[in-house]
Design a binder for this molecule. Structure first.
Ligand code: SIN
Length: 305
């Protein structure tokens, strides 16, 4: 277990100093940042430190936040451009940048994506330019009869996974690409039954793409194992007899328990994950009438290398 440590003193507004405290989770990734109210304007040095802590810990979270949709979007925009999700029917009305993940049905219509993220994946890994990271805000969290929170999210460190590979496997995957396929993820078997077919326009937006299996993080330079069960379909330019068992081995390896942090949500949690150095999976252990309502902004990223 790593020690809790104070990170910095930062100036907020006119002469007000706040102390940010970073509490690593003790897992391969993840840290809580204490003492920041994200609804308030943050000065540049505080923001920079948050970004640095995020890059170091790959997942960071702030508890007890009270954000309007505008504040969620505004804070996210400090990191750069935001994605407008392919599934417009799942966005918060009036907020194209806010992707709603929820099992709630209002007036006979789901308010968001009811089965997002049930398979290990990295957001938008199936696009030519995958997402840099995602900012997830917990508005309603389901609980069981004993008051135990349900609907956790699991995060796996792709840097820890890469570092733990044998030299032999590292050699086999060096300079190789894998094909990331939105269709593979979209049409996977789900408890809720088959999804309606994608429209021609949606399909046109999401052709299969090839990305390096070993991706270099654009900010930290760390190597990340960029494969996931949800969307990685095959290894490019490798005989299937060799490629299929190798990809299966990489996918199994990438989510070994020692690379995982499992986040137990509280209402008001605001959590950022990095889509290069982390993959994630939602735990589907609840159903209506237990309600879960989360909203996500998704940062535009850069071409993988
Ligand atoms: C997602 O993959 O964006 C959703 C994760 C979750 O619902 O926990």
């Amino acid at each position: 277990m790593r020690l809790r440590y104070s990170l910095l003193q930062s100036k907020m507004g006119e002469g007000i100093y706040i102390m940010l405290t970073v509490k690593p989770t003790g897992a391969a990734l993840g840290a809580e940042i204490v003492g920041v109210d994200l609804s308030q304007p943050l000065d540049e040095s505080t923001f920079e430190q948050i970004v640095n802590v995020w890059h170091e810990h790959e997942v960071i979270y702030f508890r007890h936040q009270k954000l309007t949709p505008e504040q969620h979007v505004r804070f996210s925009q400090r990191f750069g451009a935001l994605e407008l999700h392919v599934r417009k029917d799942c966005c918060r009305p009036g907020f194209h940048e806010l992707f709603v993940v929820s099992n709630i049905v209002q007036d006979g219509k789901p308010i968001g994506s009811q089965d997002a993220g049930l398979f290990w994946h990295s957001d938008l890994c199936y696009l030519d330019i995958p997402s840099r990271g995602s900012l997830f805000y917990a508005l309603e969290v389901p609980h069981d009869a004993r008051g135990q929170a349900l609907g956790d999210t699991r995060f796996a460190s792709a840097t820890a996974a890469f570092n733990a590979l044998s030299d032999d496997v590292k050699q086999k995957i060096a300079n190789r690409n894998a094909i990331q396929s939105y269709k593979k993820g979209y049409y996977r078997e789900r408890n809720a039954g088959p999804r309606k077919p994608l429209s021609a326009a949606q399909e046109a937006l999401t052709p299969d793409v090839a990305h390096p299996i070993v991706r270099t993080h654009p900010f930290t330079g760390k190597k990340c194992l960029f494969v996931n069960d949800g969307y990685t379909a095959r290894i490019e330019d490798m005989e299937p007899a060799m490629a299929e068992p190798l990809l299966a081995e990489l996918i199994t390896h990438s989510t070994k328990p020692e690379f995982i942090y499992q986040h137990r949500w509280q209402v008001g949690d605001f959590l950022l994950w990095d889509n290069c150095s982390v993959q994630h999976q939602a735990v589907a252990d609840y159903q209506l009438p237990l309600r879960r309502h989360m909203e996500r902004t998704t940062l535009t990223g850069s071409k993988p290398f």
